[in-house]
Design a protein around this ligand. Structure first.
Ligand code: UD1
Ligand code: CA
Length: 450
Protein backbone atom coordinates (compact mmCIF):
# COMPACT_ATOMS: atom_id res chain seq x y z
CA UNK A 1 0.00 0.00 0.00
CA UNK A 2 1.15 3.51 -0.73
CA UNK A 3 0.00 6.79 0.81
CA UNK A 4 1.24 10.15 -0.41
CA UNK A 5 1.24 13.21 1.83
CA UNK A 6 1.98 16.68 0.47
CA UNK A 7 3.03 19.32 3.00
CA UNK A 8 1.22 22.48 2.03
CA UNK A 9 0.31 24.19 5.29
CA UNK A 10 3.13 26.73 5.49
CA UNK A 11 2.62 30.42 4.87
CA UNK A 12 5.62 30.98 2.65
CA UNK A 13 6.72 34.10 4.52
CA UNK A 14 9.69 34.68 2.21
CA UNK A 15 7.43 35.03 -0.87
CA UNK A 16 5.90 38.22 0.62
CA UNK A 17 2.59 37.44 -1.09
CA UNK A 18 -1.11 37.47 -0.27
CA UNK A 19 -1.30 34.12 -2.06
CA UNK A 20 -0.34 30.98 -0.09
CA UNK A 21 3.00 29.78 -1.44
CA UNK A 22 1.70 26.46 -2.77
CA UNK A 23 -0.81 28.35 -4.98
CA UNK A 24 1.86 30.38 -6.76
CA UNK A 25 1.63 29.67 -10.49
CA UNK A 26 4.45 28.16 -12.52
CA UNK A 27 4.12 27.67 -16.30
CA UNK A 28 0.34 27.45 -16.07
CA UNK A 29 -0.07 25.24 -12.99
CA UNK A 30 0.19 25.95 -9.26
CA UNK A 31 3.09 24.62 -7.22
CA UNK A 32 0.91 22.14 -5.38
CA UNK A 33 -0.76 20.90 -8.58
CA UNK A 34 2.67 20.17 -9.99
CA UNK A 35 3.70 18.27 -6.89
CA UNK A 36 0.46 16.26 -6.96
CA UNK A 37 0.95 15.49 -10.66
CA UNK A 38 4.50 14.27 -10.09
CA UNK A 39 3.28 11.28 -8.02
CA UNK A 40 0.05 10.49 -9.89
CA UNK A 41 1.55 7.66 -11.94
CA UNK A 42 2.50 5.80 -8.71
CA UNK A 43 -1.26 5.29 -8.26
CA UNK A 44 -1.23 5.86 -4.50
CA UNK A 45 -4.00 4.27 -2.44
CA UNK A 46 -4.36 7.42 -0.34
CA UNK A 47 -3.57 11.05 -1.19
CA UNK A 48 -3.39 13.47 1.71
CA UNK A 49 -2.78 17.17 1.55
CA UNK A 50 -1.77 18.91 4.75
CA UNK A 51 -3.25 22.39 4.75
CA UNK A 52 -3.15 25.19 7.32
CA UNK A 53 -2.35 28.72 6.20
CA UNK A 54 -5.37 29.88 4.14
CA UNK A 55 -6.57 26.27 4.18
CA UNK A 56 -9.97 27.10 2.70
CA UNK A 57 -8.45 28.85 -0.28
CA UNK A 58 -6.08 25.95 -0.97
CA UNK A 59 -8.93 23.44 -0.68
CA UNK A 60 -11.08 25.53 -3.01
CA UNK A 61 -8.36 25.66 -5.67
CA UNK A 62 -8.02 21.88 -5.57
CA UNK A 63 -11.74 21.10 -5.57
CA UNK A 64 -11.50 19.36 -8.92
CA UNK A 65 -8.93 16.81 -7.74
CA UNK A 66 -10.90 13.76 -6.71
CA UNK A 67 -9.75 11.42 -3.97
CA UNK A 68 -7.71 14.07 -2.16
CA UNK A 69 -8.03 14.05 1.66
CA UNK A 70 -7.42 17.41 3.31
CA UNK A 71 -5.78 17.27 6.73
CA UNK A 72 -5.74 20.45 8.78
CA UNK A 73 -2.57 21.50 10.61
CA UNK A 74 -3.33 24.32 13.02
CA UNK A 75 -1.10 26.06 14.05
CA UNK A 76 1.84 25.33 11.73
CA UNK A 77 4.61 24.20 14.00
CA UNK A 78 7.02 22.68 11.51
CA UNK A 79 7.25 19.84 9.00
CA UNK A 80 7.37 17.20 11.78
CA UNK A 81 4.25 18.66 13.33
CA UNK A 82 2.61 18.58 9.89
CA UNK A 83 3.24 14.84 9.52
CA UNK A 84 2.09 14.21 13.10
CA UNK A 85 -1.37 15.27 11.86
CA UNK A 86 -1.44 12.03 9.84
CA UNK A 87 -1.34 9.81 12.93
CA UNK A 88 -5.11 9.93 13.18
CA UNK A 89 -6.19 9.60 9.51
CA UNK A 90 -3.55 6.91 8.83
CA UNK A 91 -4.20 5.04 12.11
CA UNK A 92 -5.04 1.78 10.34
CA UNK A 93 -2.78 2.25 7.34
CA UNK A 94 -0.04 -0.29 6.65
CA UNK A 95 2.56 0.37 4.00
CA UNK A 96 4.78 3.17 2.71
CA UNK A 97 4.25 6.88 3.11
CA UNK A 98 5.74 9.14 0.45
CA UNK A 99 6.12 12.66 1.86
CA UNK A 100 6.48 15.52 -0.63
CA UNK A 101 7.21 19.12 0.22
CA UNK A 102 4.55 21.24 -1.49
CA UNK A 103 7.21 23.73 -2.62
CA UNK A 104 9.42 21.34 -4.63
CA UNK A 105 7.77 21.43 -8.08
CA UNK A 106 10.42 20.19 -10.54
CA UNK A 107 10.51 16.52 -9.57
CA UNK A 108 10.24 14.16 -12.47
CA UNK A 109 7.79 11.27 -12.08
CA UNK A 110 10.62 8.81 -12.93
CA UNK A 111 12.68 10.12 -10.02
CA UNK A 112 9.90 9.39 -7.54
CA UNK A 113 9.33 5.96 -9.05
CA UNK A 114 13.04 5.15 -8.64
CA UNK A 115 13.00 6.40 -5.05
CA UNK A 116 10.03 4.19 -4.18
CA UNK A 117 11.60 1.22 -5.95
CA UNK A 118 14.90 1.57 -4.07
CA UNK A 119 13.05 2.04 -0.78
CA UNK A 120 10.98 -1.09 -1.27
CA UNK A 121 13.80 -3.31 -2.48
CA UNK A 122 16.22 -2.28 0.30
CA UNK A 123 13.67 -2.58 3.10
CA UNK A 124 14.92 0.68 4.68
CA UNK A 125 12.85 2.44 7.34
CA UNK A 126 13.23 5.66 5.36
CA UNK A 127 14.77 6.58 2.00
CA UNK A 128 15.17 10.25 1.16
CA UNK A 129 16.08 12.09 -1.96
CA UNK A 130 19.29 14.14 -2.00
CA UNK A 131 21.42 16.14 -4.41
CA UNK A 132 24.79 17.80 -4.34
CA UNK A 133 24.14 21.49 -4.89
CA UNK A 134 26.70 24.08 -5.93
CA UNK A 135 25.01 26.43 -3.47
CA UNK A 136 23.17 24.47 -0.78
CA UNK A 137 22.47 27.46 1.43
CA UNK A 138 19.05 27.39 3.06
CA UNK A 139 18.65 23.63 2.70
CA UNK A 140 19.09 20.88 5.29
CA UNK A 141 22.44 19.06 5.05
CA UNK A 142 22.47 15.27 4.92
CA UNK A 143 25.22 13.35 6.73
CA UNK A 144 25.69 9.96 5.16
CA UNK A 145 28.28 7.19 4.92
CA UNK A 146 29.65 6.14 1.51
CA UNK A 147 27.28 3.15 1.43
CA UNK A 148 24.31 5.53 1.50
CA UNK A 149 23.28 5.23 5.18
CA UNK A 150 22.11 8.51 6.63
CA UNK A 151 22.95 9.37 10.23
CA UNK A 152 21.34 12.82 10.48
CA UNK A 153 19.92 15.87 8.70
CA UNK A 154 20.88 19.25 10.08
CA UNK A 155 19.06 22.40 8.94
CA UNK A 156 21.20 25.15 7.44
CA UNK A 157 20.50 27.50 10.34
CA UNK A 158 21.43 24.83 12.89
CA UNK A 159 24.72 23.86 11.15
CA UNK A 160 28.15 24.89 12.36
CA UNK A 161 30.66 26.19 9.79
CA UNK A 162 32.10 22.79 9.07
CA UNK A 163 28.67 21.18 8.65
CA UNK A 164 27.69 23.92 6.20
CA UNK A 165 30.50 22.85 3.88
CA UNK A 166 28.68 19.55 3.31
CA UNK A 167 26.98 19.95 -0.08
CA UNK A 168 24.73 16.88 0.23
CA UNK A 169 21.31 18.44 0.45
CA UNK A 170 17.91 17.22 1.63
CA UNK A 171 15.27 17.52 -1.10
CA UNK A 172 12.36 17.34 1.35
CA UNK A 173 11.10 14.14 -0.35
CA UNK A 174 10.97 10.96 1.70
CA UNK A 175 9.67 7.40 1.56
CA UNK A 176 8.89 6.15 5.06
CA UNK A 177 7.80 2.82 6.37
CA UNK A 178 4.66 4.22 8.01
CA UNK A 179 4.62 1.90 11.02
CA UNK A 180 8.18 2.80 11.94
CA UNK A 181 7.65 6.51 11.33
CA UNK A 182 4.43 6.64 13.33
CA UNK A 183 6.26 5.07 16.29
CA UNK A 184 8.91 7.83 16.40
CA UNK A 185 6.82 10.88 15.38
CA UNK A 186 5.58 11.56 18.93
CA UNK A 187 9.21 11.77 20.14
CA UNK A 188 10.09 14.92 18.13
CA UNK A 189 11.21 17.95 20.11
CA UNK A 190 11.53 21.66 19.31
CA UNK A 191 15.20 21.76 20.25
CA UNK A 192 16.37 23.83 17.25
CA UNK A 193 16.91 27.38 16.08
CA UNK A 194 13.30 27.80 14.86
CA UNK A 195 11.69 26.08 17.85
CA UNK A 196 9.68 23.85 15.49
CA UNK A 197 9.12 20.13 15.16
CA UNK A 198 11.29 18.99 12.26
CA UNK A 199 10.37 15.98 10.15
CA UNK A 200 14.07 15.73 9.33
CA UNK A 201 14.82 14.76 12.96
CA UNK A 202 13.00 11.45 12.49
CA UNK A 203 15.78 10.30 10.18
CA UNK A 204 18.26 9.90 13.07
CA UNK A 205 15.63 7.84 14.93
CA UNK A 206 15.00 5.40 12.08
CA UNK A 207 17.19 2.49 11.09
CA UNK A 208 18.29 1.97 8.44
CA UNK A 209 17.89 5.44 6.91
CA UNK A 210 19.12 5.58 3.31
CA UNK A 211 19.36 8.26 0.65
CA UNK A 212 19.19 8.36 -3.11
CA UNK A 213 21.06 11.07 -4.97
CA UNK A 214 19.36 12.57 -8.06
CA UNK A 215 21.39 13.11 -11.23
CA UNK A 216 19.83 16.44 -12.12
CA UNK A 217 20.13 18.74 -9.10
CA UNK A 218 17.57 21.18 -10.64
CA UNK A 219 14.86 18.68 -9.75
CA UNK A 220 15.08 19.27 -6.04
CA UNK A 221 14.92 23.06 -6.15
CA UNK A 222 12.62 24.23 -3.37
CA UNK A 223 10.74 27.49 -3.76
CA UNK A 224 10.99 29.83 -0.80
CA UNK A 225 11.22 33.21 -2.53
CA UNK A 226 10.53 34.94 -5.86
CA UNK A 227 14.05 34.38 -7.11
CA UNK A 228 13.68 30.61 -6.78
CA UNK A 229 10.20 30.91 -8.34
CA UNK A 230 11.71 32.56 -11.42
CA UNK A 231 14.54 30.01 -11.58
CA UNK A 232 12.02 27.15 -11.54
CA UNK A 233 9.92 28.90 -14.18
CA UNK A 234 13.00 29.06 -16.41
CA UNK A 235 13.71 25.35 -15.95
CA UNK A 236 10.09 24.42 -16.72
CA UNK A 237 9.97 26.67 -19.78
CA UNK A 238 13.09 25.06 -21.15
CA UNK A 239 11.69 21.57 -20.52
CA UNK A 240 8.47 22.50 -22.36
CA UNK A 241 10.29 24.00 -25.35
CA UNK A 242 12.63 21.03 -25.62
CA UNK A 243 9.64 18.69 -25.51
CA UNK A 244 7.88 20.51 -28.37
CA UNK A 245 11.02 20.83 -30.46
CA UNK A 246 11.35 17.06 -30.20
CA UNK A 247 7.75 16.86 -31.48
CA UNK A 248 8.48 18.89 -34.61
CA UNK A 249 8.04 22.55 -33.67
CA UNK A 250 10.57 25.18 -34.79
CA UNK A 251 11.33 27.97 -32.33
CA UNK A 252 13.28 30.74 -34.06
CA UNK A 253 14.37 32.25 -30.73
CA UNK A 254 13.32 29.74 -28.06
CA UNK A 255 14.41 31.71 -25.02
CA UNK A 256 12.12 34.61 -25.97
CA UNK A 257 8.97 32.44 -25.95
CA UNK A 258 6.98 31.03 -23.02
CA UNK A 259 4.60 28.09 -22.99
CA UNK A 260 2.16 26.61 -20.54
CA UNK A 261 1.72 22.99 -19.58
CA UNK A 262 -1.62 22.95 -21.42
CA UNK A 263 -0.29 24.15 -24.80
CA UNK A 264 0.06 21.62 -27.59
CA UNK A 265 1.39 21.96 -31.10
CA UNK A 266 1.04 20.00 -34.34
CA UNK A 267 3.91 19.25 -36.72
CA UNK A 268 5.86 21.90 -38.61
CA UNK A 269 4.64 24.79 -36.56
CA UNK A 270 7.03 27.74 -36.70
CA UNK A 271 7.10 29.96 -33.63
CA UNK A 272 8.84 33.25 -34.26
CA UNK A 273 10.40 35.34 -31.45
CA UNK A 274 8.42 36.82 -28.56
CA UNK A 275 5.40 34.53 -28.56
CA UNK A 276 3.60 33.51 -25.40
CA UNK A 277 1.13 30.65 -25.00
CA UNK A 278 -1.03 30.42 -21.90
CA UNK A 279 -3.75 28.20 -20.54
CA UNK A 280 -4.99 25.38 -22.73
CA UNK A 281 -4.27 26.08 -26.38
CA UNK A 282 -3.88 23.85 -29.42
CA UNK A 283 -1.92 25.02 -32.45
CA UNK A 284 -2.50 22.96 -35.62
CA UNK A 285 -0.01 21.58 -38.13
CA UNK A 286 1.89 24.08 -40.23
CA UNK A 287 0.85 27.22 -38.31
CA UNK A 288 3.17 30.19 -38.31
CA UNK A 289 2.95 32.18 -35.10
CA UNK A 290 4.63 35.51 -34.50
CA UNK A 291 6.68 37.42 -33.99
CA UNK A 292 4.97 39.03 -31.01
CA UNK A 293 1.82 37.03 -30.15
CA UNK A 294 -0.09 36.18 -27.00
CA UNK A 295 -2.33 33.13 -27.38
CA UNK A 296 -4.44 31.96 -24.46
CA UNK A 297 -7.01 29.16 -24.24
CA UNK A 298 -7.45 29.16 -28.04
CA UNK A 299 -7.70 26.46 -30.68
CA UNK A 300 -6.07 27.01 -34.07
CA UNK A 301 -6.56 24.67 -37.04
CA UNK A 302 -3.88 23.90 -39.62
CA UNK A 303 -1.85 26.49 -41.54
CA UNK A 304 -3.03 29.52 -39.63
CA UNK A 305 -0.74 32.54 -39.54
CA UNK A 306 -0.81 34.99 -36.66
CA UNK A 307 1.35 38.08 -36.53
CA UNK A 308 1.68 40.55 -33.62
CA UNK A 309 -1.75 39.69 -32.24
CA UNK A 310 -3.57 38.71 -29.07
CA UNK A 311 -5.99 35.74 -29.03
CA UNK A 312 -8.02 34.71 -25.99
CA UNK A 313 -10.61 31.93 -25.96
CA UNK A 314 -10.84 32.01 -29.72
CA UNK A 315 -11.41 29.21 -32.21
CA UNK A 316 -9.73 29.62 -35.55
CA UNK A 317 -10.23 27.18 -38.42
CA UNK A 318 -7.68 26.13 -41.06
CA UNK A 319 -5.92 28.64 -43.26
CA UNK A 320 -6.90 31.86 -41.49
CA UNK A 321 -4.54 34.84 -41.48
CA UNK A 322 -4.60 37.08 -38.43
CA UNK A 323 -2.86 40.39 -37.86
CA UNK A 324 -0.69 42.25 -37.63
CA UNK A 325 -2.19 43.96 -34.56
CA UNK A 326 -5.49 42.13 -34.26
CA UNK A 327 -7.29 41.09 -31.10
CA UNK A 328 -9.56 38.05 -30.96
CA UNK A 329 -11.45 38.11 -27.68
CA UNK A 330 -13.45 35.34 -25.96
CA UNK A 331 -16.14 33.70 -28.03
CA UNK A 332 -14.57 34.44 -31.41
CA UNK A 333 -15.08 31.64 -33.92
CA UNK A 334 -13.50 31.91 -37.33
CA UNK A 335 -14.34 29.56 -40.21
CA UNK A 336 -11.73 28.50 -42.73
CA UNK A 337 -9.67 31.04 -44.67
CA UNK A 338 -10.84 34.13 -42.80
CA UNK A 339 -8.64 37.22 -42.89
CA UNK A 340 -8.50 39.45 -39.84
CA UNK A 341 -6.27 42.42 -40.51
CA UNK A 342 -4.65 45.29 -38.71
CA UNK A 343 -6.36 47.06 -35.81
CA UNK A 344 -9.35 44.73 -35.86
CA UNK A 345 -11.07 43.51 -32.69
CA UNK A 346 -13.50 40.58 -32.72
CA UNK A 347 -15.52 39.44 -29.71
CA UNK A 348 -18.22 36.83 -29.14
CA UNK A 349 -18.83 36.51 -32.89
CA UNK A 350 -18.88 33.77 -35.44
CA UNK A 351 -17.44 34.43 -38.86
CA UNK A 352 -18.16 31.80 -41.52
CA UNK A 353 -15.51 30.72 -43.99
CA UNK A 354 -13.80 33.28 -46.18
CA UNK A 355 -14.88 36.37 -44.21
CA UNK A 356 -12.54 39.32 -44.56
CA UNK A 357 -12.25 42.03 -41.93
CA UNK A 358 -9.05 43.62 -43.01
CA UNK A 359 -8.76 47.09 -41.49
CA UNK A 360 -9.73 49.08 -38.39
CA UNK A 361 -12.94 47.33 -37.31
CA UNK A 362 -14.83 46.24 -34.24
CA UNK A 363 -17.00 43.14 -34.66
CA UNK A 364 -18.82 42.30 -31.43
CA UNK A 365 -21.78 39.95 -30.85
CA UNK A 366 -22.14 39.33 -34.59
CA UNK A 367 -22.72 36.42 -36.95
CA UNK A 368 -21.23 36.95 -40.39
CA UNK A 369 -22.10 34.57 -43.24
CA UNK A 370 -19.64 33.02 -45.67
CA UNK A 371 -17.56 35.38 -47.77
CA UNK A 372 -18.75 38.58 -46.07
CA UNK A 373 -16.40 41.47 -46.78
CA UNK A 374 -16.28 44.01 -43.98
CA UNK A 375 -15.04 47.36 -45.22
CA UNK A 376 -12.35 49.37 -43.49
CA UNK A 377 -13.55 51.03 -40.30
CA UNK A 378 -16.86 49.13 -40.08
CA UNK A 379 -18.14 48.95 -36.51
CA UNK A 380 -20.91 46.91 -34.94
CA UNK A 381 -22.58 49.17 -32.38
CA UNK A 382 -23.60 46.31 -30.09
CA UNK A 383 -24.25 48.16 -26.83
CA UNK A 384 -27.16 50.51 -26.14
CA UNK A 385 -25.85 51.54 -22.75
CA UNK A 386 -27.84 48.81 -21.00
CA UNK A 387 -27.62 45.62 -23.01
CA UNK A 388 -25.63 43.97 -25.76
CA UNK A 389 -27.41 43.12 -29.04
CA UNK A 390 -26.50 40.92 -32.01
CA UNK A 391 -25.78 41.82 -35.59
CA UNK A 392 -26.44 39.19 -38.27
CA UNK A 393 -25.05 39.58 -41.78
CA UNK A 394 -25.96 37.09 -44.55
CA UNK A 395 -23.48 35.39 -46.86
CA UNK A 396 -21.81 37.42 -49.58
CA UNK A 397 -22.69 40.83 -48.15
CA UNK A 398 -20.30 43.79 -48.20
CA UNK A 399 -20.08 46.83 -46.00
CA UNK A 400 -18.51 50.04 -47.25
CA UNK A 401 -15.79 51.88 -45.40
CA UNK A 402 -16.79 53.54 -42.10
CA UNK A 403 -20.19 51.85 -41.77
CA UNK A 404 -21.88 51.60 -38.40
CA UNK A 405 -24.19 48.62 -37.95
CA UNK A 406 -26.47 49.47 -35.03
CA UNK A 407 -27.65 46.28 -33.29
CA UNK A 408 -30.04 44.55 -33.03
CA UNK A 409 -29.74 44.34 -36.79
CA UNK A 410 -30.19 41.77 -39.52
CA UNK A 411 -28.76 42.21 -43.01
CA UNK A 412 -29.78 39.61 -45.61
CA UNK A 413 -27.41 37.88 -48.00
CA UNK A 414 -25.64 39.75 -50.79
CA UNK A 415 -26.47 43.09 -49.21
CA UNK A 416 -24.31 46.10 -49.99
CA UNK A 417 -23.94 48.86 -47.45
CA UNK A 418 -22.71 52.16 -48.85
CA UNK A 419 -19.60 53.71 -47.35
CA UNK A 420 -20.16 55.99 -44.35
CA UNK A 421 -23.63 54.59 -43.60
CA UNK A 422 -25.22 54.22 -40.19
CA UNK A 423 -27.63 51.29 -40.58
CA UNK A 424 -30.34 50.95 -37.95
CA UNK A 425 -33.03 48.93 -39.77
CA UNK A 426 -32.97 45.40 -41.19
CA UNK A 427 -32.07 45.07 -44.88
CA UNK A 428 -33.48 42.33 -47.18
CA UNK A 429 -31.40 40.02 -49.41
CA UNK A 430 -29.71 41.63 -52.38
CA UNK A 431 -30.48 45.24 -51.40
CA UNK A 432 -28.27 48.31 -51.32
CA UNK A 433 -28.57 50.18 -48.03
CA UNK A 434 -27.46 53.75 -47.60
CA UNK A 435 -27.82 55.70 -44.41
CA UNK A 436 -25.91 58.95 -44.76
CA UNK A 437 -26.47 62.55 -45.66
CA UNK A 438 -26.72 63.06 -49.39
CA UNK A 439 -23.73 64.82 -50.86
CA UNK A 440 -24.41 68.41 -51.72
CA UNK A 441 -22.40 70.09 -54.46
CA UNK A 442 -22.80 73.79 -55.15
CA UNK A 443 -21.12 74.65 -58.40
CA UNK A 444 -19.20 77.87 -58.92
CA UNK A 445 -19.31 78.58 -55.22
CA UNK A 446 -18.34 82.15 -54.51
CA UNK A 447 -18.83 82.24 -50.73
CA UNK A 448 -16.23 83.58 -48.34
CA UNK A 449 -12.76 82.10 -48.76
CA UNK A 450 -9.86 82.61 -46.46
C1 UD1 B 1 12.68 21.83 4.38
C2 UD1 B 1 13.57 20.82 5.12
C3 UD1 B 1 15.00 20.94 4.60
C4 UD1 B 1 15.02 20.73 3.11
C5 UD1 B 1 14.04 21.68 2.38
C6 UD1 B 1 13.93 21.27 0.94
C7 UD1 B 1 12.63 20.54 7.36
C8 UD1 B 1 12.77 20.87 8.80
N1 UD1 B 1 13.52 21.07 6.53
O1 UD1 B 1 13.16 23.13 4.74
O2 UD1 B 1 15.84 19.97 5.24
O3 UD1 B 1 16.35 20.90 2.62
O4 UD1 B 1 12.74 21.61 2.97
O5 UD1 B 1 13.16 22.18 0.21
O6 UD1 B 1 11.72 19.83 7.00
N2 UD1 B 1 5.01 23.05 5.97
C9 UD1 B 1 3.85 22.62 6.58
N3 UD1 B 1 3.66 22.87 7.91
C10 UD1 B 1 4.58 23.52 8.66
C11 UD1 B 1 5.78 23.95 8.03
C12 UD1 B 1 5.96 23.69 6.69
O7 UD1 B 1 2.98 22.02 5.92
O8 UD1 B 1 4.33 23.70 9.85
C13 UD1 B 1 5.19 22.79 4.53
C14 UD1 B 1 5.40 24.05 3.72
O9 UD1 B 1 4.16 24.55 3.24
C15 UD1 B 1 6.30 23.58 2.59
C16 UD1 B 1 7.06 22.42 3.20
O10 UD1 B 1 6.35 22.02 4.35
O11 UD1 B 1 5.56 23.12 1.49
C17 UD1 B 1 8.50 22.78 3.57
O12 UD1 B 1 8.48 23.84 4.51
P1 UD1 B 1 9.57 25.00 4.49
O13 UD1 B 1 9.31 25.88 5.64
O14 UD1 B 1 9.65 25.60 3.15
O15 UD1 B 1 10.90 24.15 4.81
P2 UD1 B 1 12.38 24.53 4.42
O16 UD1 B 1 12.89 25.53 5.40
O17 UD1 B 1 12.50 24.84 3.00
CA1 CA C 1 11.05 25.16 1.39
Amino acid sequence: MLAVAVLAAGKGTRMKSALPKVLQPLAGATLVERVLASCEHLQPDRRLLIVGHQAERVEQELEGHSGLEFVLQQPQNGTGHAVQQLLEPLRDFRGDLLVLNGDVPLLRPETLAALLEQHRSSGAAVTLLTARLADPSGYGRVFASPDGQVSAIVEHRDCNDEQRRNALTNAGIYCFNWQQLSAVLPQLTTDNDQGELYLTDTVAMLNPAMHREVDDADEITGINDRLQLSQCEAVLQERLRHHWMAEGVTFVDPASCTLSEGTCFGRDVVVEPQCHFRGTSAIGDGCRIGPGCLIEDSQLGANVSVLHSVLRQAEVADGCAIGPFAQLRPGTQLGQQCHIGNFVEVKNSSLASGVKVNHLSYIGDADLGAGVNVGAGTITANYDGMRKHRTVVGAGSKTGANSVLVAPLRLGSNVTVGAGSTITKDVPDGALALGRARQLVKENWTGPRP
